[in-house]
Structure formats: C-alpha cells, structure tokens
Design a protein around this ligand. Structure first.
Ligand code: ADP
Ligand code: TRP
Length: 323
C-alpha cells in the first residue's frame, strides 16, 4: 500500500520560494511515490480574510500556481477545502474532545495576535480544523514547514485522545520536515513569510523578483573582503537552487574574497528565473482557461468527499451520533 501523504496551503497571497521548498516541491515529489492529498485551505484563510472577491481570486490563483508548478490531478487528489463540507462536521466533533489547554498553547495563534490580528473563534479553532483535514483523510505523513510542526503534533494528540476515548478510528499522522528546508529565510534573514513582507515570489514580473533579490540584507563587507557563506542569506537561498559543485564554487569564492554581494545576488536571481520560467508558460495557459481549472477542482472534491464521508461515518458511529 502506498503511503498516504496530505498537505494544504492557504490562499492568502502570492506563493513564495519558502512555500515552494518548504512544502510544494516535496508534494510534487510525493505524488510520484505515494497516495497524495493536496488542497487549498480556504476555510483556514477565512479566519483572517474577509473580502469575498479577494478570497475567490486568491483561491483560484493558488490552484493555478500549484497546477503550474507540477501538481497533477491525475496523480493525486487536488481540491478546495470548502468543497468537502464533511471536514467542518469533523472539526466540531474534534473540538468537543480537544482540551482548551492544548489550544491555548498554539504558538501560531499567539504570534498572530501579537501581530495585531483581531482574534475570532475560527482563528482560535484553526488547529482543530487542520486536525480534521489530516484525520478525515487518514493521512500518515504531513509535509509542512517548521512553523506548522506544532499543529501536526496537535493533530496527533487529538487523534490519540479520540482513539482512546471512542475506539481505534484514526491513523496517527506524522509531520515530515527535512532540516534543509525547515525554515527558508526571507530577504531580511527572518523566516520568509507573506506576513513579514520579506518574500521572493515564484510567479511575478521579472522586475519584482529582481527587486526582492537585490534587496536581500547582507553585512557590509566590501568586494575584496573574504566572506562567510554560512551566515549569508544570499548563499542560504542559492543552496536551494544550485548543484553540489555550484555550491562549492560559490562557497570558495566567498572565502577567497573578490566577489561582491551584488554579484552573488545576480547569480541567485538567474537561478530563480531559470528554475521557475518553464512553469510560467503553464501558469499563463491555465489563466486563459479558468473553467478547466474549476472542472479539475470539482472533480477532485467529488473523489475526496467519498473517502471523507467514509471516515466521518466511522466517527458518527463511534461517538453515538449515528443512532
Ligand atoms: P506564509 O508564512 O507566507 O503565510 P503559509 O503559512 O501559507 O506561508 O505556508 C504554506 C506552507 O509553506 C506551509 O507548509 C509552511 O510551513 C510552508 N512555508 C511557509 N514559509 C516557509 C518558510 N519560510 N520555510 C519553510 N517552509 C515554509
Ligand atoms: N495551516 C497550514 C498553513 O498555513 C495549511 C493547512 C491547512 C494544512 N490544513 C492543513 C497543512 C493540513 C497541512 C495539513 O500552511
């Protein structure tokens, strides 16, 4: 039996290279070897996004981005979260066995509040919805970036609690977070994130990508000075795109001196453009055929509703909701 792998992405802004290396690229690899479930988490975005036009646009954008990058609906399950309403029922049921203390410890909730987001119940309950996404599909592996680790651990805790209380129902999921891509740095060296304004977008005008790369923060060493590759943001990003020998070559140049940060940025820029250019064509094609994208999503949701309903019926039986 193939391993069941699941992950979702919120439609909350332009996808960036942190999303790509932290999650999307690995999903595309997983679809070759496992039973992959990949979805657009619009119910999660609703916790912070209240403009309906923007929600529709970002949902379709995220779907087109993922399809253009290589998510293949013939090789995996690909759908929009709200098209499978069974997940909302499971969220409620799981909320009723989730201790308040567990939810109150969620870093992501505390971080969002600290950033000034007005909390609502949905934002607080976000990890329960994410748990329902994972458990309703009986997922074994959840590839995410490090920022989502605690949420997957909460899903594990809740699954174990449910199984103990009501009998074996759920597979216990595991996060999948390889060290090399756990936290991709942004242009300022912090975690790359839409909410920090430090992203390098995947699909955007060349001038926008160039501006982001040229804005990467470095120390103030001059061209001739020897530089430390391991503490440099440009180098950390370059490593994601380059081969072993290219990485060694740039590392040697840093240590020897003579290479300015501006030149290193140009090398990184051409790697980024070269990597994503082939996907841009597919992205443009999809944009001109939105009904086809909608058809793909509808078909994906239809298939996933079958497996979701199967799990939900087990849960209804186990909890006595089915009388
Ligand atoms: P953002 O922080 O920009 O809002 P999301 O929360 O939408 O990004 O993240 C979508 C997926 O991409 C998640 O699996 C997340 O862990 C991953 N991800 C986002 N930013 C990074 C990063 N800087 N490094 C590694 N993974 C990331
Ligand atoms: N919370 C995740 C994020 O912001 C998105 C997400 C929703 C997800 N449900 C999920 C990821 C289930 C993995 C599994 O990135």
């Amino acid at each position: 039996m193939k391993k069941r792998v699941l992950s979702g992405i919120q439609p909350s802004g332009k996808l960036h290279i942190g999303n790509y290396f932290g999650m999307i690229k690995r999903m595309i690899e997983y679809q070759e070897s496992s039973d992959l479930f990949c979805f657009i988490a619009n119910l999660h975005s609703l916790t912070t996004l209240t403009d309906s036009k923007e929600m529709k646009k970002l949902t379709l954008d995220a779907a087109m981005d993922m399809l253009a990058l290589g998510i293949d609906p013939n090789k995996c399950h690909f759908w929009v979260q709200s098209d499978v309403p069974e997940v909302a029922e499971l969220t409620w049921i799981l909320s009723c066995i989730t201790p308040m203390g567990l939810m109150e410890r969620a870093h992501s909730y505390k971080d969002k509040i600290a950033k000034g987001i007005q909390p609502n119940l949905g934002l607080f309950n976000y990890p329960a919805l994410m748990t329902a996404d994972i458990l309703i599909n009986q997922s074994q592996v959840v590839p995410v970036g490090k920022d989502q680790k605690q949420h997957v651990e909460m899903a594990r805790d809740i699954a174990i609690k449910f199984n103990n209380q009501f009998g074996e129902t759920f597979v216990i999921p595991k996060p999948d977070i390889p060290d090399e891509v756990a936290t991709i740095p942004g242009t300022d060296g912090q975690k790359m994130s839409k909410s920090y304004g430090n992203t390098i977008p995947i699909f955007d005008d060349e001038s926008v990508i160039k501006k982001a790369v040229m804005g990467i923060v470095t120390d103030s060493k001059g061209v001739d000075e020897a530089k430390d590759p391991e503490s440099c943001n440009i180098f950390a990003l370059y490593k994601l795109f380059a081969s072993e020998s290219e990485i060694k070559e740039l590392s040697d140049k840093y240590k020897a001196g003579g290479l300015g940060y501006g030149d290193a940025k140009k090398m990184l820029l051409s790697k980024i453009l070269e990597t994503f250019r082939p996907f841009q064509k597919k992205r443009t094609e999809l944009e001109s055929n939105i009904p086809e994208v909608e058809k793909i999503l509808a078909k994906g949701a239809e298939k996933v509703r079958i497996t979701s309903l199967d799990t939900l019926n087990k849960v209804r039986l186990a909890t006595g909701l089915k009388y």
